[in-house]
Design a protein around this ligand. Structure first.
Ligand code: CTP
Ligand code: CA
Length: 239
């Protein structure tokens, strides 16, 4: 499918995309967050809409305009994002998890603003913030699908490569660990990443050793390449 947006190859398909970065509150005015702009997930959603799909975008703290044809579901935290994705996933043909979901959240939420002097016995002390693990939303969707044919589940992973392996090695391992159908591995690091306009990705498919390399290119061009790969997976099985 060399569609790249010129064809309506997602007509009659419904897709659910998550984007943005979750914020995990500490107190009424503070949160732990990440630098994800949500641009890549928005581009994935817009590319799908342009190819004829019905699109729902679960957006964590997205500060960008969204085309009126896209059904927008704003969320803030990982737990809110999980609730929306869990409730909606089964009704869609494809779910793409682009959101940067915080792996951890503060263990406790302070109902009142945390003061600089939080311990009167030690006025100069700084507090420690205990963290707990957030649920893995994508892994939960894999489990919930079970043996059902749909939805096709697509993950995103930003990788730098490290001492344990290259970007692609880490991507292959993550695809196996997550159990999703496709994993889009985004090369990050040294000015390559968050907020940058052009991006390079490698699309890995479960059960295949082939890798589709896309970019460096705009997030929209990369998104169309991702949908080309997804459409190739949808057609053979009739999903
Ligand atoms: N993801 C998720 N829930 C989480 C963390 C991640 O659904 N709590 C999803 C992301 O939306 C993405 C995929 O899992 O589609 C991979 O995210 P990533 O952060 O790369 O994977 P992790 O398993 O969290 O591994 P690590 O951060 O240690 O590399
Ligand atoms: Ca993570």
């Amino acid at each position: 499918a060399a569609g790249s947006g010129s064809v309506h190859d997602l007509t009659d398909r419904s897709v659910l995309v998550s984007t943005g970065g979750t914020r995990e509150p500490l107190d009424p005015v503070r949160y732990l967050g990440n630098r994800s702009s949500g641009k890549q997930g928005l581009a994935v959603a817009e590319a799908a809409a342009a190819r004829g799909a019905r699109v729902t975008l679960v957006a964590a703290n997205l500060d960008l305009p969204v085309a009126p044809g896209i059904d927008l579901v704003p969320v803030e935290t990982a737990l809110e994002l999980q609730a929306e994705m869990d409730a909606r996933a089964a009704g869609h043909d494809v779910v793409v998890m682009v959101a940067a979901v915080a792996d951890f959240r503060p263990a406790d939420y302070a109902e009142a603003k945390i003061k600089k002097t939080h311990d009167p016995a030690d006025p100069d002390a700084a507090p420690s913030i205990a963290l707990v693990r957030n649920p893995d939303v994508l892994a939960g969707l894999v489990t919930a699908r079970g043996d059902a044919a749909a939805p096709l589940l697509v993950g995103f992973a930003a990788e730098t490569g490290d001492a344990t392996g290259s970007v692609l090695d880490l991507g292959r391992a993550k695809l196996a660990r997550k159990g999703c159908d496709l994993l889009v591995v985004n090369e990050v690091g040294e000015g390559l990443t968050f907020g940058a306009e052009d991006t390079t990705v490698h699309v890995l498919t479960r059960g295949s050793d082939d890798t589709v390399d896309i970019g460096p290119a705009s997030k929209r061009v990369v998104s169309d390449g991702i949908w080309d790969a997804v459409v190739d997976c949808l057609h053979p099985t009739g999903r």
